[in-house]
Ligand binder design. Structure first.
Ligand code: SIN
Length: 178
């Protein structure tokens, strides 16, 4: 049997896993937030960047990309993703919505509030400043934010949190970016 994996952050534009099919999907009850610290990809152990996680919110939904993975490679895919998402993320079961079709079971990597790298809420300005001044082995934190905003536009997905941060970063980037 195949498995579906839902991506809402870097997995949208850089899945880097073998999959049979990809399809835009929506999950309900979660909102995307730049509240997770990144010490290993977009920041450093003593200077974490900020990346997205999902925060429970009954009235919210989150749009992203779902990947259908063949049974023969699913163990290898989980090994790859468990390593990539090792800084606080865990796999959660979720219902994926593809348009009007009945929901399909899937999995999503979420960094819950009690993980060691969780940073939590901050103002748009504070988050933007942290993103502007952070970089790590996977690249500059700004590039993560801009790639996510572009990926959401190409999915026709609205996400005021992400687009407000993008606007704030673009306004300030010439002054602060190292
Ligand atoms: C995801 O993309 O689904 C997880 C968060 C991330 O790696 O950006």
């Amino acid at each position: 049997m195949t498995s579906w994996i839902f991506g809402y952050g870097s997995l949208i534009w850089r899945p880097d896993i073998p999959f049979e099919r990809q399809q835009p999907a929506r999950i309900y009850g979660w909102q995307r937030r730049f509240w997770q610290g990144s010490h290993d990809h977009r920041g450093l152990p003593d200077a974490p960047g900020r990346v997205v996680t999902l925060v429970p919110e009954a009235a919210a939904y989150c749009d992203g990309m779902a990947y259908q993975v063949a049974a023969e490679v699913i163990a290898e895919v989980f090994e790859t993703l468990d390593h990539r998402e090792k800084n606080g993320y865990q796999r959660f079961d979720v219902d994926l919505h593809f348009g009007e079709q009945p929901p399909t079971p899937g999995l999503v990597y979420i960094a819950p509030q009690d993980n060691h790298a969780y940073l939590g809420p901050a103002s748009t300005r504070q988050i933007a400043t942290q993103i502007l001044t952070s970089a790590g082995p996977s690249g500059h934190n700004v590039d993560y934010l801009l790639a996510l905003a572009d990926a959401l536009r190409s999915l026709d997905a609205d996400d005021p949190h992400v687009f407000e941060l993008e606007a704030e970063v673009v306004r300030n980037s010439t002054e602060k970016r190292p």
